[in-house]
Write a protein that binds this ligand. Sequence first.
Ligand SMILES: Cc1cc2nc3c(=O)[nH]c(=O)nc-3n(C[C@H](O)[C@H](O)[C@H](O)COP(=O)(O)OP(=O)(O)OC[C@H]3O[C@@H](n4cnc5c(N)ncnc54)[C@H](O)[C@@H]3O)c2cc1C
Length: 407
Amino acid sequence: MINLETPRKFEFLVSQAHQVATEIFRANSRKYDRDEHTYPKELDMLAAVIDGMNEGGALRGAGAVGVGEGNGPEPGRDRDGNRNGSNIANLLGLTELSWGDVGLLLTMPRQGLGQAAIAAVADDEQLERFGGKWAAMAITEPEAGSDSAAIRTTATLEGDEYVLNGEKIFVTAGDRAELIVVWATLDREQGRAAIKSFVVERDNPGLILERLEHKLGIRASDTADFRLENCRIPKDNLLGSPEIELGRGFAGVMQTFDNTRPLVAGMAVGVARACLERTRELLSEAGVEIDYDLPPHAQVAAASEFIAMESDWEAARLLTMQAAWMADNKKPNSLQASMAKAKAGRTATDIALRCVALCGSIGYGERELLEKWARDVKILDLFEGTQQIQLLIVARHLLGKTSAELK
Ligand SMILES: Cc1cc2nc3c(=O)[nH]c(=O)nc-3n(C[C@H](O)[C@H](O)[C@H](O)COP(=O)(O)OP(=O)(O)OC[C@H]3O[C@@H](n4cnc5c(N)ncnc54)[C@H](O)[C@@H]3O)c2cc1C
């Protein structure tokens, strides 16, 4: 059973996040949409707030605690045996902040999806060294997007160091983060099992920034392309075990996605809520009121469409909460993480565009944020695994097929 009320211990976190979302994110939304590649300096003051949340155990970077990993103090269970820990806390906080502005969220100091990789596979010493730092995640390469098993970046052990060579593209917060978690292979011949994650300091001279992308949406967030040229890192920066365990396939690094996908789904839920709330206000100003006591056929068409969108949004939200709750309760959640990401990414994109349509020219114009949200939201159905890839993963789980059997 999932307790669907916000756990009381997280109420303060949610209200703090809402305040930040309103006063800092919304207030600067349009400015950094126009000023792509300019660092939003207003976010610096947030670092202190985030440190406070971290100390309270409420927000442990975007990654939270890994499924089945004992890497952190165990939050208490409630009387029904449920544990609401850092995955739910993160989800609630990130959803609220995404309601404010998802581009700004993605460039918030001390955050970054790289922390998810660290939380998923790091040992205690590494958690101590890297925890709480702003960490980006670099998986994608020119020849390896959805198929991350095709990664070509290599890591070669030389004495006490790994030497990394390759290319990484579309790294969110890549320019601004303190650390980049780079996926590379120890041995291309040995396939998935040889792919490991390595922590590279952003100022490593072997990590060369090639360019910053210009994008459809989330323009406040920097997206960087890198070349790794004889990039030397201490051998202790390999996260998890250096052994190539052929039987385990991708297991180590893939746990990252069990953590990050519910969070990206939560971001989609947050943006969609922003769209719904503003659309409802605009409909009300236009004289369209929603009456939940009337059946859909008795509503005006706009109200009926609005109610349908709201119920779709609720389904996405519940799946997302379930996936994060399972992670907190140490239940394997790969299937639910993909279901949540697929449902929330698709639903939020759909809602954002339908809200623009319902509001007509007002929805499409720059005086409202609706047009911006419709651009921002699409990425949430794309990165951390596209819609199609999530559905493929769900199908594999339900049919009991391996990745080799169902491509
Ligand atoms: C703004 C932005 C930020 C990003 N941030 C990061 C980041 O921080 N770190 C990082 O590593 N990557 C990041 N990415 C990369 C992102 O994760 C990839 O773009 C994504 O995984 C898709 O890979 P691709 O672009 O190579 O598309 P492809 O893999 O070439 O896919 C193209 C199309 O084919 C479909 N497709 C592919 N394989 C299959 C299949 N087997 N069955 C059905 N359909 C399939 C896909 O769903 C997609 O529609 C970012 C991308 C963007 C745009």
